[in-house]
Design a protein around this ligand. Structure first.
Ligand SMILES: Cc1cc2nc3c(=O)[nH]c(=O)nc-3n(C[C@H](O)[C@H](O)[C@H](O)COP(=O)(O)O)c2cc1C
Length: 376
């Protein structure tokens, strides 16, 4: 088992036991999962509403922001924020300040969508880039309706160091210029890094493809560069080993992701965040696929965050059994800005309105009340 990261008590932890993730001290283990809300403003900058939304959720042990572009080829959906221009960085500074003023902690999730994009989102209408020229099955929303995923352009080997630098530059902007507490590297859910990790989307024959060691080289190079830029104790990594979202699969996720997880250990990152849906959850491993989270937990030497359809009771049980050090909650945080307060008070949870998840304004974003205003 990994060493206990609970520095405050010897009793089995629950959701309200403090926890240290690298350089970040959490007052509780109720983590807000990253969620794209497609409400960025002009120039893909977070807005005053974004700052209000995250500040409302400052009672989370840690807020992980929506996925945020590291460069201008990284976007695949309308109105998602970036952190590669000065204006975007300044706008994130306002978000970080608002969360810190409200007593919270916030890291930003850094992503590049890879093939999950469209020429409409790319500079000069170019094809999106990916490890291999394999299109995802299905369609994406481009702002002009639903359109089929295009065939991406396979990256040249010589282009990869440039992408690695974009992640490191974005991490520097996040921590030193915007004042965020750290970054989470988005290596999950079928986006660029996950496309490198899994063998259904990576058929490269250079040093970034073939063996699992080669497939995780891109992620490890990103970790090395971002750790050099901001310190490994401010970096988390998110993985979804059995996720099928964005037409993903892998021929043998258990040994592959075990090898990837072991390769993370020498970096001493702040945490590993794994999505493996609870039974019946839409992110649960597909029928017949192995469950891998417990094996990754055992293999990873640092703090471990689990996600995927957890209730308060499931989460406390997982912590008590040592299956995780913290649990992240997605949809519950959309409609319950004060989720930890409600958990502690055993108060009922508000149901989120799915029609307002992506895009729009304050409705379904900042207008969910906190408990005291519900009770008042
Ligand atoms: C509206 C919405 C947007 C999401 N956007 C992201 C994202 O930007 N990055 C990411 O890693 N996961 C994203 N997810 C997945 C969530 O982080 C989480 O894994 C999922 O909701 C399962 O957790 P839950 O059952 O507690 O909601 C999103 C989920 C939702 C509902």
């Amino acid at each position: 088992m990994p060493q206990s990261t609970d520095t405050h008590s010897t009793a089995a932890p629950d959701l309200f036991t403090p926890l240290r993730l690298g350089a970040i001290e959490l007052p509780n283990r109720v983590v807000m999962a990253p969620m794209t809300r497609s409400r960025a403003g002009e120039g893909n900058c977070p807005t005053a509403l974004t700052a209000e939304y995250y500040a409302q959720r400052a009672s989370a042990g840690l807020i992980i922001t929506e996925a945020t572009q590291v460069c201008d080829t990284a976007q695949g959906y309308p109105n998602t924020p970036g952190i590669h221009t000065d204006a975007q960085t300044l706008a994130w500074r306002a978000v970080a300040d608002a969360v810190h003023d409200a007593g919270g902690r916030i890291v930003t999730q850094l992503w590049h969508v890879g093939r999950i994009s469209h020429p409409r989102f790319q500079p000069n209408g170019a094809a999106p880039v990916a490890p291999s020229a394999i299109a995802a099955k299905g369609q994406l929303y481009t702002g002009a309706g639903m359109e089929p995923f295009p065939v991406p352009r396979a990256l040249e080997t010589a282009e990869i160091p440039g992408l690695v630098r974009h992640f490191a530059d974005a991490a520097k902007r996040a921590v030193f210029d915007a004042g965020l507490d750290g970054v989470e590297i988005h290596a999950a859910n079928g986006y660029l890094i996950d496309q490198f990790l899994r063998d259904s989307t990576n058929t490269r024959t250079d040093r970034y493809g073939g063996t699992v060691e080669n497939r995780c080289r891109f992620l490890l190079e990103i970790l090395e560069a971002t750790a050099h830029a901001v310190g490994a104790d401010r970096i988390g990594v998110r993985l979804s080993p059995t996720g099928v979202f964005n037409d993903m699969k892998d021929s043998d996720p258990l040994p592959h992701f075990l090898a990837i997880t072991k390769a993370l250990n020498p970096f001493n990152i702040a945490y590993l965040h794994v999505i493996e849906g609870r039974p019946g959850h839409h992110m649960a491993p597909p029928e017949g696929a192995p469950h891998v989270a417990s094996a990754l937990r055992a293999a990873f030497k640092g703090p471990f965050i689990l996600n995927g359809g957890y209730s308060r009771g499931d989460a406390d049980a997982a912590l008590a059994k040592g299956e995780a050090d913290a649990v992240s909650f997605g949809e519950a945080f959309i409609s319950n800005p004060d989720l930890p307060v409600r958990f502690r008070a055993d108060a009922p949870l508000a149901e989120p309105d799915r029609t307002t998840y992506y895009g729009g304004d304050a409705k379904g974003y900042t207008d969910y009340p906190a408990l005291e205003s519900v009770a008042a």
